[in-house]
Design a protein around this ligand. Structure first.
Ligand code: ADP
Ligand code: MG
Length: 289
């Protein structure tokens, strides 16, 4: 049976917009000594903005954008939403697509007018043997590249800003003596490193596929004494949320799958609430024991 004090703790947490799925997690979170963050939508706002768009190989810019938006219309990824919004605002109608396949950590493959279209990061084009301007892979910004029938057709540059309380979130964890903090991302290493530095996080892992994130969590969990919380918005991250000692989902942007599988849901979307949750857990433990 659950000691009565945990109900008080769960209630206190809910008044802060923190939903504990059970008293056991209120206890488990006080033992966490490592916090692993997803980047997009967790430490950053997850609201990308298209900064630039350039067509290549003789494609018209509007045609390239119509193709890209058509593909991205089949994804709920924050990058996809930003691209669709940008193209719509320009009054360009997305084209009709068939055979849409989302490729986690890469982008999408679709058919438009009988043509084979790839829209995603440079890794997607690498995987399919499509060449593109050499500089694109190393730009320290999020890049969406488009290829039609195996030919590079253009790219967009996007940016996403850190959440307002992301730096506070890291500082608050450190003040609780939780100093092992990492960020894992499918985004480029250069972007992840830059963000981590600006927030005071030492370990930044970029260019990860969803399976690589799982592997990093397994590596951490194999270390004796390591208690790991993972915080993510859940897009492509449900397996990592499930694996962590405490899985924490961001409730605002978070996917339904993430909210379902998480042990703790932060409804306000603020990563600083992780430290708040630890503090409430500690106070509750004092009451219970
Ligand atoms: P993260 O949330 O850590 O960025 P994801 O696995 O969700 O990781 O995505 C990794 C990368 O894959 C993104 O940064 C982006 O470059 C690319 N990507 C994923 N989905 C799409 C999409 N629908 N359109 C374009 N690029 C995408
Ligand atoms: Mg994600």
């Amino acid at each position: 049976s659950i000691p009565l004090g945990y109900f008080g703790g769960i209630g206190a947490a809910s008044r802060h917009g923190i939903l504990f799925k059970g008293g056991n997690y209120l206890d488990a979170i006080t033992r966490v000594n490592t916090v692993v963050f997803d980047k997009t939508g967790t430490l950053t706002r997850g609201e990308f903005e298209v900064r630039e768009a350039h067509a290549g190989n003789g494609f018209e810019a509007d045609t390239m954008l119509a193709i890209v938006a058509a593909a991205e219309g089949n994804s709920t990824h924050p990058v996809a939403k930003a691209v669709v919004r940008y193209v719509r605002l320009r009054g360009i109608e997305p084209l009709a697509v068939t055979d849409a396949k989302e490729l986690p950590g890469h982008g999408l493959s679709v058919r438009v007018d009988g043509r084979e279209v790839l829209v995603g990061n440079t890794r997607l084009l690498d995987t399919n043997g499509v060449t593109y301007p050499a500089g694109l892979a190393s730009v320290p910004e999020t890049v969406v590249v488009c290829a039609v029938d195996g030919v590079y057709a253009g790219y967009l540059l996007l940016a996403d800003a850190p959440k307002e309380d992301a730096a506070d979130a890291v500082a608050a964890l450190k003040s609780l003596n939780i100093n092992n903090i990492e960020v894992l991302s499918g985004d480029k290493q250069a972007i992840v490193t830059k963000l981590a530095k600006s927030l005071g996080i030492d370990k930044a892992y970029g260019d990860l596929l969803p399976a690589d994130k799982v592997a990093r969590l397994e590596e951490l969990k194999a270390e004796p004494g390591r208690k790991v919380a993972f915080a993510g918005d859940g897009i492509n991250d449900a397996p990592v949320l499930a694996l962590a000692d405490v899985g924490i989902a961001m409730g605002g942007l978070g996917s339904d799958a993430a909210i379902e599988i998480a042990d703790v849901v932060i409804q306000t979307d603020q990563p600083s609430k992780i430290a708040t949750a630890v503090k409430i857990g500690k106070v509750t433990r004092r009451v219970v024991w």
